[in-house]
Design a protein around this ligand. Sequence first.
Ligand SMILES: Cc1cc2nc3c(=O)[nH]c(=O)nc-3n(C[C@H](O)[C@H](O)[C@H](O)COP(=O)(O)O)c2cc1C
Length: 442
Amino acid sequence: MADKKQIKLGMFLRPAGHHLAAWRHPNAQADAGVNIARFVEVAKIAERGCFDMLFSADSATANSVFDENGLRRMAYVAWIEPFTLLAALASVTQHIGLVCTASTTFEEPFSLARKFASLDHVSHGRAGWNLVTSGNHTAALNFSRDEHMAKDQRYIRAREFAEVVMGLWDSWDDDAFERNRESGIFFDPKKMHTLNHVGDHFKVKGPLNVARSPQGRPVLVQAGASDDGKQLAAETAEVVFTATPTIEEGRAFYSDLKSRMAAFGRAPDELKIMPGFFVTVGDTQAEAHEKREFLQRLIHPEVGIALLSQRMGLDLSDFDVDGPLPEVPQDKVISSRVTLLVDMARRENMTIHQLYTQIAGGRGHYDICGTPEHIADVMQEWFETGAADGFNVMPPVFPDSLSDFVDKVVPELQRRGLYRTRYEGTTLRENLGLSRPASRYV
Ligand SMILES: Cc1cc2nc3c(=O)[nH]c(=O)nc-3n(C[C@H](O)[C@H](O)[C@H](O)COP(=O)(O)O)c2cc1C
């Protein structure tokens, strides 16, 4: 089996679970967002399931929801800052990768490069950075701005940002630090490289004050599906997290993105595409559906509308929930995700209520509910017909839905030779089948 290409798996972290009403489930921990013991438990279950990585999304705002009635019912409103969380999880896990989202719109490249290189050291080579440009307007207000940067500008900044971070990660050769007690020489200055970057957005001298990290560079993940997003990913990303709600859209995204790579001298296999999969597992189809329905019944309309308004970037609280989605002005389309939701609502003639119920779990990601065999069949089809290299698994409720996946779906994938039975390597790169990049100076 060793030579056969296998499915890669990310475990998408979220406090009580991915379903909007997860925190109200009797088996969930309502305070999971600030409960480190629960995060540790979840990380260990994922590692037992040989997941490639834990993946954390992030946004730097609490009140991204328009109306207070909805906001007060929103469990995602406040939880531990993910970078700190992953650093803590590094010390209680041994194999699983630790991928965290950080925004090129709000961060500074030097401090970001420093943090991720440090996480790579702390975890002995398991760190990854999910580069996003952030679609959230209210986050801008927390960073001394009156409004969010325009999308094309965000991507221009992101490209330069990534270039600076990569440059800083090469500041030191692998063998720069002699630390020779006898001679008293700590490092070899010839093996230290000063970046001296001067660009349109950043002026960064360098070098980074962290030694080259175990993976050479932390794995570069990216999420962003517009044309600009795909161009940046084709050029720089090693993993792409995406939302493709049907296999056809999955295949179209996959072939589009992979075909852009040749222009940057990259082979398709240097980038792993991992769509989000919101997975509800049952021993029978009926049991899986009942689990799902149980959660759907826990959604209060106020929070359903709030979620949809947030996703659309448009306040929907004054519209009839049993009526259709209103027209979305073109200047309000903040991301590829809005287009995706509008298309889905129009295609399937959905009301506002139906649309929020639909996204309350998967939030526009592929939503699958069924037996382990059925789920494995679907994953196999996506994997073998060019729609995915792996999946970012989104369990509805922690820890139950993750345990279901690990105890039932993982063995089924292993039986089919589609998934590892033990970790192949010690670093995230090795497990993902990505090579360790050489420094630009060597
Ligand atoms: C699958 C996916 C996941 C994303 N996750 C985050 C996130 O965790 N935090 C964030 O600020 N933005 C996130 N974004 C937003 C992107 O960074 C980007 O700013 C936004 O979608 C607009 O770019 P796009 O139109 O290229 O997708 C995500 C986008 C996608 C498609």
